[in-house]
Design a protein around this ligand. Structure first.
Ligand code: UD1
Ligand code: CA
Length: 449
């Protein structure tokens, strides 16, 4: 059965106390919305529709950045979860697909759980994802007998006996597009909140003689974010899962609790990650690399056998080929380092290309920005850049060339040439001693006064 997705993301998120729409708050360096979309995208859906409302423009932009084919519909005003689903009807009502409704603020639903819901659809017209809550709080309660779901009662409407039940509604629902939109159209708003509750579709389905069922999942999957405290809890849970997954995949983490991953971090087998390493978005690391302690990586690729850090920063567009070495206090941005390049210490390389087996001395800086525009530095293979070389871009250093320490290189250097761009050294015999003698005498005279 093919499937389409609706992701509800219109809500205010009042309790976040934020100018940013709730679903754009980050966990694992990615908006909550991307987490919810990622789980759904793994089902290879025909269409994915995001219901926007609060901060609609920003939410739509973020959704499209994650998945270009995502469509958005505006829900204005926001009259409840059933009303939100109904906004997708113009796009999906004629679809022959099943539709899964996800919440943009519930990031941890697993693919396995979504598969189990699709499987349960063979037995039930409407499938709802439930969980046994340790603290059921204000969740909607599922009134079920075994896997048969009779109805869902919202906390605000629940009797004391119903409030004592612990089987809760995650909000995730699956039904055929035809049934879903027909059911949603029948939902009214005569309840405590005057909202159109999506949860009412279960009782309406039963009254029509359709069956409804419940699929259960672990409570951790249904963690919804309503407050900054829950956002922090979600971050902790996410990091714990990513660390465990990385180690299961054959990555060594020397101090796992100090390593922070992004949603899309990819690390190959037998790579070793030292303590206090932080991965921003879009980092891929091949097998057998080493990231030593205290490194920050973002938007970069590290190839097999490369070693990075400690205390290195790889920024977007940093591409390290095999066996590259980047050492301490080095920053690399928008730069390709070919195989075997060594950048050991205290260096900034931006907007550059360095050819294979070239050595970059300590304190080298590509002066890539003139205050208005960025310029490129191209360094050939087997070159040797002396310590403290300033490479004033745009500039090209040929294969096998050498720059003298302390040089300010403003002109291109041809292959195999030596370039020296520094003041000529002058030695004055005896002058230091004469100078110190004079200074010491002056100090002694001052004391005697
Ligand atoms: C909802 C469920 C409740 C369930 C809980 C799980 C209903 C009526 N209740 O309650 O049974 O236990 O989720 O977390 O469905 N949204 C819109 N438009 C709206 C209203 C909400 O897009 O008009 C979106 C929100 O952005 C959010 C999601 O729907 O992503 C859930 O809305 P929320 O108001 O948080 O529902 P709850 O009251 O928590
Ligand atoms: Ca909620």
């Amino acid at each position: 059965m093919s499937v389409s997705l609706i992701v509800l993301a219109a809500g205010m998120g009042t309790r976040m106390n934020s100018d940013l729409p709730k679903v754009l708050h980050h966990v694992g360096a990615a908006p909550l919305l991307h987490h919810a979309m990622a789980a759904g995208m793994a089902l290879d859906p025909t269409r994915i529709v995001i219901v926007t409302g609060t901060g609609a423009e920003a939410v739509a932009k973020s959704a499209k950045a994650f998945e270009g084919s995502a469509e958005t519909v505006l829900q204005d005003p926001q009259l409840g979860t059933a009303h939100a689903v109904a906004q997708a009807a113009p796009l999906l009502a004629d679809s022959l697909d099943d539709v899964i409704v996800l919440y943009g603020d519930t990031p941890f639903i697993t693919i396995d759980t979504l598969h189990r819901m699709m499987e349960a659809r063979r037995r039930h017209a409407v499938v709802v994802l439930g969980f046994d809550a340790k603290e059921p709080g204000r969740y909607g309660r599922l009134i079920a007998e075994g896997d048969d779901l009779h109805r869902i009662v919202e906390f605000k409407e629940a009797s004391d006996a119903e409030k004592a039940m612990t089987l809760c509604n995650s909000g995730v629902v699956c039904a055929s597009a035809r049934d879903l939109f027909s059911l949603v159209a029948s939902v009214g708003n005569s309840n405590a909140a005057n909202e159109y509750y999506l949860t009412d579709i279960v009782a309406i389905a039963r009254a029509r003689g359709l069956s409804a069922g419940v699929v259960r999942c672990d409570e951790a999957e249904t963690l919804g974010i309503n407050t900054r405290a829950q956002l922090a809890d979600a971050e902790a849970a996410f990091q714990q899962r990513m660390r465990a997954e990385a180690m299961d995949n054959g990555v060594t983490l020397t101090a796992p609790e100090t390593v922070f991953f992004a949603l899309d971090t990819f690390i190959g087998r037998d790579t070793v990650i030292g303590p206090n390493v932080i991965f921003g978005p879009r980092v891929t690391i091949e097998s057998g690399a080493e990231i030593k302690g205290f490194c920050h990586l973002e938007g970069c690729h590290v190839s097999r056998g490369a070693s990075v850090g400690p205390f290195a920063r790889l920024r977007p567009g940093a591409e390290l080929a095999e066996d590259v070495h980047v050492g301490n206090f080095v920053e690399i941005k928008n730069t390709i380092l070919d195989e075997g390049v060594k950048v050991g210490h205290l260096t900034y390389l931006g907007d550059a290309h360095v050819g294979e087996f070239t050595n970059i001395g300590a304190g080298t800086v590509t002066c890539n920005y003139d205050g208005v525009m960025k310029h490129r530095t191209v360094i050939g293979k087997n070159a040797f850049i002396g310590s403290d070389t300033m490479l004033v871009a745009p500039v090209t250093i040929g294969d096998g060339a050498l720059t003298g320490s302390g040089s300010v290189i403003t002109k291109n250097v041809e292959p195999d040439a030596v370039a020296i761009g520094r003041a000529v050294q002058v030695n004055k015999p005896g002058m230091a001693k004469a100078l110190f003698d004079r200074l010491r005498a002056a100090k002694a005279a001052k004391k005697g006064q």
